[in-house]
Design a protein. Structure first.
Length: 256
């Protein structure tokens, strides 16, 4: 039989303690009724039941309380592993857990990078950089659809999985995210810090998996950053052109 005690509140502990105490008393009564002589049964039973109730309630409450603490600690640890403490978004690990249940051939992926983030850190300090990441995540979360999977991918990068989303719809979603983040400056005292993002998108096809989509979206993101940032580039718009070749060409031409 596969079962477990789920204890979340003090009331749960109290109720389970009563159950354990009742079972202990029933066991004691049955024991004395079957094995103790009739003339000794009544005087001994009252004391035995009293001792059993006290011991079982104390021990039951103690052990059940420990179970509740263990479950709460496990829940907190799981939340720490699944939720990014700075931005409140999912972690990279949680993203891949949830994305594993999505049909990659029918979904789209957005790779998002906060523009000039190193410059923000160098100019305003790391606390300002943290504020920018937190506010960016807040805008992204407010703009994403209910079924979208948003996570912090690492550093100043975020990732969004858009289930059952075509390339055209993914580009529209990406543009909404870009405009939403850019519409609100981050306040640092009396200083306003303008924030923009670059986004690369990729949409799935037959035989695709989530890793392939991320790789294509990441290349599209690199192209968006090389083209001047604060824009959306879709991998599907690149056709057969290698994004890295396009980037090298742009860098060569920008010298003249």
């Amino acid at each position: 039989m596969d079962w477990k005690i789920n204890i979340r509140t003090h009331m749960d502990v109290f109720l389970w303690t009563l159950v354990i105490t009742d079972l202990a008393v029933i066991g004691v009564v049955a024991y004395y009724r079957l094995l103790v002589a009739r003339e000794l049964y009544q005087p001994i039973l009252a004391h035995a039941v009293t001792v059993t109730v006290l011991l079982s309630m104390c021990l039951g409450y103690f052990f059940l309380w420990q179970i509740m603490l263990g479950q709460n600690n496990h829940k907190k640890l799981r939340q720490m592993n699944e939720t990014d403490t700075l931005t409140g978004t999912f972690t990279r690990a949680r993203f891949f857990m949830d994305a594993a249940g999505v049909d990659a051939s029918r979904c789209s992926v957005l790779m998002i990078d906060v523009d000039h983030f190193k410059s923000i850190n160098d100019t305003y300090g790391h606390q300002a950089g943290d504020d920018v990441l937190a506010k960016t995540a807040e805008r992204l979360r407010a703009t994403c659809r209910s079924g979208d999977i948003l996570a912090r991918y690492g550093g100043e990068e975020f990732i969004v999985c858009l289930p059952v989303t075509s390339a055209r719809t993914a580009s529209r979603c990406a543009e909404r995210l870009r405009l939403s983040v850019g519409a609100v400056d981050v306040l640092l005292g009396h200083t306003r810090i303008p924030v923009t993002i670059s986004i690369g998108s990729a949409s799935g096809g037959q035989g695709d998996n989530i890793d392939a989509l991320i790789a294509r979206a990441d290349k599209a993101l690199l192209l968006a950053k090389s083209a001047g940032r604060n824009r959306v580039v879709a991998a599907e718009d690149l056709g057969d052109i290698d994004p890295e070749d396009r980037i090298r060409t742009m860098r060569r031409t920008s010298r003249f």
